[in-house]
Design a protein around this ligand. Structure first.
Ligand code: HEM
Length: 585
């Protein structure tokens, strides 16, 4: 019987039965049949030990089965992490601790280095769980024959259901196909080529930034960019802007940490806080893995934030449905002038519409805001890049010319800066797939042989680490060097390894908003650098606890040079916000 993703408690209880209650029953039955009747103390001790014991026996059996099936398929088993504690519990704890203290994905990076491979079986709590940074394996699942066999799957849906419902990010197969078919027309060239939306919101955003610039005051660029992308996305999707840019902005020196960036205190703050909190909660579920319902048996921790988000969306959805009813009462055909009205014309269910819209808002707000924030961070760190970029922009448009969709394509250096930023900080740093009920085989890749994938295995892949691999990107892979995008070596690399750079995902589930996002980001940066000639980080204004720990300076890789704390929960962000000062042009 297939469970609905909302039945997470039932699924968890069934798992508990299988892993804890079942070993007890087997153990007690074995004692009984053998004629042993130990005292209460011995019985409790042995019952407790029965769980890891049976876990170990089960592991041995499944490893034997894996070996036989792998050999039959001409494949090898994925190298397995060997922790010090049963069930690799020390690895689980190390990973959880690293989320609080370590540089983003450093723990994983260290494990891949230690085992000197690109695909690893973590075998957490006696279960196969494959992690990969092998671009050939990612390609196989997303765009190769594996697309039919590797899906987001039940466990992903279970964690996201309360937030994303039956939206496009949270469905597979036929349901996903129908969501994609509904959404695709809204990303056709004529819809996304209208730069007027970006123009209006860019003007408002730059007016805000100018006030800070004139006063030489620090501001949180990440917060402002999230408002800009939300107002732009909402107008594109609903035909109505949420007008968050006119809310109260965080103030340097008084700002506190929110779930992701700085906490926001106005009405928009309640929406933003809820929107961010729900992402933090769902990311937490992913980190805990399958046992996450244990912490939410009696309360769904996303419920309060989800309620706030739906309170915001309800009037917008009802207005669209009311317009549709009015049109049908007057026997007019409802006009599909926005994505929302298009949705309203395809269903009467307000819940379905709300989830579709919410999925699009998540896609449209946080990803693009993340890239803009990291672009400006890099510009602050590398003034020579800012200078070169401004030179390209001023040559093309002068101090106040407006870009068009056609001529924006000629801004080669700006595209290089965007790509280099998304290479080092992809907005979606990590993703996962669940294999189907059959044994599968990853193709051989480099020196790695064909790898056997057991049925129903979770596979996590980190684009973040793929895009930082020195064997693909060269010895300077961890450096921010936009020039690499203008060199023939990068074109050759991408021809040989197209999955070495996939910030927008790839294959049939390629991001629908890719061109929309490039247009929006390019337009905004052109206008921003016409007004501002440089940026300087303002560590004095970062909320307490958001600066990188001092010990990072002695660590390996980018952590030694990072001046902000990169973090991730579904999307990548800067902890506590990106506080900086800007110099007027
Ligand atoms: C820099 C900006 C963006 C980046 C890096 C990005 C990245 C991605 C990634 C990695 C996925 C795959 C997610 C997954 O399957 O788990 C995705 C899917 C998607 N994105 Fe984007 N995105 C961006 C902007 C946008 C915008 C602005 C929109 C729309 C307004 C959008 C709409 C979508 C949609 C609808 C999907 C679902 C595709 C599917 O599953 O068929 N994205 N995006």
């Amino acid at each position: 019987m297939a469970l609905h993703p909302r039945q997470y408690r039932l699924r968890f209880l069934l798992d508990v039965l299988r892993t804890i209650v079942w070993p007890q029953l087997v153990f007690n039955a074995a004692l009984y049949l053998a004629g042993f009747h130990p005292g209460a103390f011995l019985r409790v001790v042995a019952s407790v030990l029965a769980v890891p014991l049976l876990g170990t026996v089960r592991t041995a059996i499944s490893q034997r089965r894996n070996k036989i099936q792998a050999a039959a398929l001409g494949a090898k088993e994925v190298p397995c992490v060997r922790g010090k504690w049963p069930g690799n519990l020390d690895i689980v704890l190390g990973f959880v601790r690293s989320l609080k203290e370590a540089y983003l994905m450093q723990f994983l990076d260290d494990l891949f280095r230690e085992y000197n491979c690109k695909t690893l079986n973590m075998r957490l709590l006696w279960e196969d769980q494959i992690w990969t940074i092998d671009e050939a394996h990612v390609r196989y699942m997303l765009a190769g024959p594996g697309f039919e066999w590797f899906h987001k799957g039940y466990y992903w849906q279970e964690r996201m259901e309360s937030f994303l419902g039956n939206g496009i990010f949270n469905r597979d197969k036929a349901e996903w196909q129908s969501q994609r078919a509904i959404a695709r027309p809204w990303f056709a060239k004529d819809h996304i080529s209208d730069l007027n939306i970006f123009d209006r919101h860019t003007t408002t955003t730059l007016a805000l930034i100018s006030e800070f610039v004139d006063r030489r005051e620090a501001f949180d660029a990440q917060d402002i960019f999230a408002r800009f992308t939300l107002d732009s996305a909402s107008e594109f999707l609903f035909g109505r802007c949420l007008d968050t840019l006119h809310g109260t902005l965080p103030v340097a020196g008084r700002a506190k940490m929110g779930p992701k960036g700085t906490a926001i205190e106005d009405a928009f703050g309640s929406f933003a806080r809820a929107f961010e909190d729900v992402q933090v909660q769902t990311a937490r579920r992913t980190r805990i893995g399958k046992p996450w319902p244990l912490f939410e048996l009696f309360t769904d921790k996303t419920a309060p934030s989800v309620a706030v988000i739906h309170d915001w969306l309800r009037p917008i959805v009802h207005e669209a449905l009311a317009k549709k009813s009015a049109a049908s009462a007057e026997k007019e055909s409802g006009e599909d002038s926005t994505f929302l009205s298009h949705l309203a014309n395809s269903t009467d269910d307000p819940q379905d519409i709300a989830y579709s819209v919410l999925n699009m808002l998540l896609a449209g707000r946080d990803t693009t805001a993340s890239v803009l924030s990291f672009v400006v961070y890099f510009l602050a760190l590398h003034p020579h890049v800012t200078e070169k970029l401004r030179a390209e922009i001023l040559q093309a448009y002068g101090a106040d010319g407006r870009p068009s969709v056609e001529d924006m394509k000629d801004l080669k250096y700006l595209r290089a800066v965007l790509n280099e930023t998304m290479r080092l900080f992809p907005p979606v740093p990590m993703n996962l797939r669940l294999s189907d009920g059959q044994p599968r085989v990853f193709p051989a890749s480099g020196s790695a042989p064909k790898y056997y994938v057991p049925p129903r295995t979770v596979i996590l892949y980190s684009i973040f680490l793929v895009q930082r691999r020195t064997d693909l990107w060269g010895a300077d892979a961890l450096e921010f060097r936009p020039e690499r995008w203008l060199e023939p070596a990068t074109a050759r690399l991408l021809a040989d390894h197209p999955f070495a750079f996939t910030p927008f995902h790839a294959g049939p589930r390629l991001c629908l908003g890719q061109n929309f996002a490039y247009n929006e980001m390019t337009f905004f940066i052109v206008r921003l650098l016409q007004r501002v000639s440089g940026f300087e980080l303002a560590p004095d204004a970062q909320p307490e606890g958001s600066l990188p720990p001092a010990r990072w300076k002695y660590g390996e890789g980018r952590q030694a040079v990072e001046k902000i704390w990169p973090a991730s929960s579904v999307t990548t962000f800067i902890k506590g916000g990106l506080w900086l000062r800007a110099t007027p042009a």
